[in-house]
Design a protein around this ligand. Structure first.
Ligand code: MTE
Length: 413
């Protein structure tokens, strides 16, 4: 879990007469919507796809993308705007479930639907049903709320628990599926609906002896109707197990936890909903926030990364083209500045493409370091709403939303 240092324990599920049973340390959490255990088998390992060391840094149940893998040894780009699925980062609270797409059903129920169906009388959609609804494609990044967390410690000397991501807890893909709005309307959405609770079919999240139940996080209906996708394809292929097959949410601009994978049920309610993922986790806690925590996290902050290893070695006295990417959860990027002298002076980077909302923008800048020695590179992006990267990220106890300029050391020889 993002905000706990303990590693999670995966709990196998058994289904008895349609009832979810969890052999747990603590009592199983009631999770309407996750009543589909017979469609799911559990993996032996946490992540199914291979994780070659040149592409990924493993972190417990997660795998971080290496930014330097976006270029080959000659500095040529190995990937374009989208990260190929096999190279996309993985953030799993527990492990990847294997779900039979032919038996999988999405079940919608609750007081926000016409007739207020219960979980047992849910409105159901199979994959074939979803494919009869109008299909839409969106290009968007998914980024973990904790992306960049390790810099709280290394740059700000602040201790925070959780996965020590550098900047590789992000990936951009082309997602295809049906707008969640279409599915909700087809299920009988009422004007009184305010919150949704999508529930994942992955194993219960158990940490520190507490069973928090399946991964599930309330999502306001207003956001769902605006731009959320129920995706069944990623980069023109059916979703793969690690990325949510057979269907997941893609919630543009928001912290990655909103994009629930392996979604099995969605409660639609005429009142605000709660789960540990919007009460205990994925909120800001600490001295600068109210005692109960700040509002549940939603949009991502502005960030930038170089397509270069930390500590990369560059030759003195020749031109280097530095490449990177910048992004923001609120608006397209408008400019990127780079410093090669420890933040004393800044030069504008050239944007390589038209910046898009909900996606990263690639950029480059030339640099000819004359003298050998250690150098610090910095990249600072600003978005069209004026959001920019500060020198320091405001501290929060769990180390979310590290948006400060990252110091990128290189050696010139
Ligand atoms: N959905 C479920 N069911 N279980 C999870 O562990 N992790 C969330 C989100 N959806 C998660 C989930 C988090 S924190 C992130 S950042 C994204 O999935 C990561 O998506 P990816 O693994 O496809 O990169």
């Amino acid at each position: 879990m993002e905000c706990h240092s303990d590693s999670a324990v995966r709990m196998p599920l058994r289904s008895a007469a349609g009832v979810l049973t969890v052999p747990a340390l603590a009592a199983p959490v009631f999770a309407p919507g996750r009543v589909a255990a017979e469609e799911v088998t559990w993996p032996v390992s946490g992540i199914v796809k291979p994780l070659p060391a040149e592409w990924f840094v493993p972190h417990d149940t997660n795998a971080e993308m290496r930014w330097e893998a976006l270029r080959d040894a000659d500095g040529k780009a190995t990937i374009g705007r989208h990260v190929p699925t096999e190279r996309f980062f993985v953030r799993n609270h527990t492990g990847t479930p294997l779900i039979d797409p032919d038996r999988w059903r999405l079940r919608l129920f609750g007081s926000g639907l016409r007739g207020a169906p219960t979980a047992e009388q849910a409105v159901e959609f199979g994959l074939a049903d979803l494919r009869t609804l109008p299909a839409t494609r969106i290009d968007a990044v998914i980024e973990c709320a904790g992306n960049g967390r390790s810099y709280y410690r290394s740059q700000q000397h602040q201790s925070v628990p959780g996965t020590p991501w550098t900047l590789g807890g992000i990936g951009s893909a082309s997602w295809r599926g049906v707008r969640l709005a279409e599915v909700l309307r087809a299920a009988g959405l009422t004007d009184g609906a305010v919150d949704l609770l999508p529930v994942g079919l992955d194993p219960d999240y158990v940490v520190g002896g507490v069973n928090y139940g399946p991964v599930r996080r309330p999502l306001p209906v207003a956001k769902a109707l605006e731009d959320v996708l129920l995706a069944y394809e990623m980069n023109d292929e059916p979703l793969t197990p690690d990325h949510g097959a057979p269907a997941r949410l893609v919630v543009p601009g928001w912290v990655g936890i909103a994009s629930i994978k392996w979604v099995g049920g969605i409660e639609v309610a005429d009142h605000p909903l709660r789960s540990p993922w919007n009460t205990d986790f994925y909120r800001m806690f600490g001295p600068d926030y109210p005692p109960g925590g700040g509002a549940p996290l939603s949009t991502q902050v502005v960030k930038s990364a170089f397509e270069l290893a930390a500590g990369a070695v560059l030759e003195a006295g020749r031109d280097h083209r530095l490449h990177g990417r910048s992004w923001s959860g609120t608006a397209p990027v408008s400019r990127v500045e780079v410093s090669t002298d420890g933040g004393r002076s800044w030069r504008p980077a050239a944007l390589c493409e038209e910046p898009l909302a909900d996606n990263w923008t690639r950029w480059s800048i030339d640099w000819c370091p004359e003298r050998p020695g250690p150098y610090e590179l910095r990249a600072r992006a600003t978005d069209r709403l004026g959001g920019t990267q500060p020198e320091r990220a405001p501290f929060n106890r769990e180390g979310y939303l590290f948006g400060a300029v990252v110091v990128h050391p290189v050696a010139v020889v």
